[in-house]
Ligand binder design. Sequence first.
Ligand SMILES: Nc1nc2c(ncn2[C@@H]2O[C@H](COP(=O)(O)OP(=O)(O)O)[C@@H](O)[C@H]2O)c(=O)[nH]1
Ligand SMILES: [Mg+2]
Ligand SMILES: [Zn+2]
Length: 349
Amino acid sequence: MIEFNFEVLRRIGFNQFTASQLHTLEPAAAGARLMRLTEVQRSWFTVHDGIKEYKARALPRLLSACTLAVGDWIVAELNDSEELWISQQLSPANHIARLAADGQRLSIASNIDTALLVMGLDHDFNLRRLERYIAMVQSAGIAPVIVLTKSDIADNTVQRLDDIRQRLPSYIPFICINALSADAINELSPWLGAGQTICLLGSSGAGKSTLTNTLTSAHQETGGIRKGDGRGRHTTTARSLHLCPGGACIIDTPGLRTWRPDADEEALTSVFSDIELLAADCQFRDCRHESEPGCAVRGNIHADRLLNYHKLMRDAQRSQQTPLDRIAEKAKWKVLNRAGTKRSHDKRN
Ligand SMILES: Nc1nc2c(ncn2[C@@H]2O[C@H](COP(=O)(O)OP(=O)(O)O)[C@@H](O)[C@H]2O)c(=O)[nH]1
Ligand SMILES: [Mg+2]
Ligand SMILES: [Zn+2]
């Protein structure tokens, strides 16, 4: 088994679960080391051994078998020319994925303890989007925390917090912060324990990088002080992992707006458990809560929340189709559309 120093790797989020997975690795060459992926670029990666970062490339046979994501634990080996190569990936405890156009799941970040759903209290605020993010991270088995930024410049905060209380499950914590202020560190401290990995998700402009800067560059008077990564202000072009002075790891991501999140029906059911619960009292078992008589849901659930639930369910069902199913469905629609076009063409003439 590969040698490792628990205390050193702990600084970059190593935990008991990861340790328990090490036996699944193939025997590695002498000198091979366990490291964590901290940055993914098109053709190279940054890896961290708990003390410092290195640039590395990945063996083509590894890339053809898996996608590497920030937060992955990997095995890195030096070749004869002293170049560092990633040779193995430890299967992750969890990962946040998005769906590519062809239905393929692409990993965004892995081995995450808490997902911070970052949303501005300005025009960025959108409960539907928040529900979509919650569904996505709960599908991945990761705990969400709602982080509302720009509390210093928002003027309808009270109303928005009320909307959240009314609409979202009460077990999901939410906090309001000014991402530019060091006070944000205290607000987030329950999730920033040593060895914890948190991932920031949210649209572009929400304050993810600002928050990352605040959390990593602060000089806290706590034991085991370690500075941030010293890169100063950064713009996020790729996913990257940073260290907090208190010992937590933060993965910043670029905006998710155009990504199709990957959520399954089961997770949606748990995010919308209020709807499921009421539905048990609907007169019809397959009630769609639209215009059926004896519906127990309609009227008791925010109409917009119900719409979003239906939409996300449809998306989830669609994404559970195989690419072949999807092609067949598309072909079916093509034929139908063509028939429709022909009909209206015939009518016109
Ligand atoms: N006043 C105020 N401005 C913020 C806050 N959070 C972010 N900003 C500003 O919003 C803009 C976008 O922030 P950024 O962190 O780059 O967003 P990202 O795309 O989510 O990484 C920047 O100009 C920040 O200074 C906040 O809590 N209060
Ligand atoms: Mg950013
Ligand atoms: Zn109903």
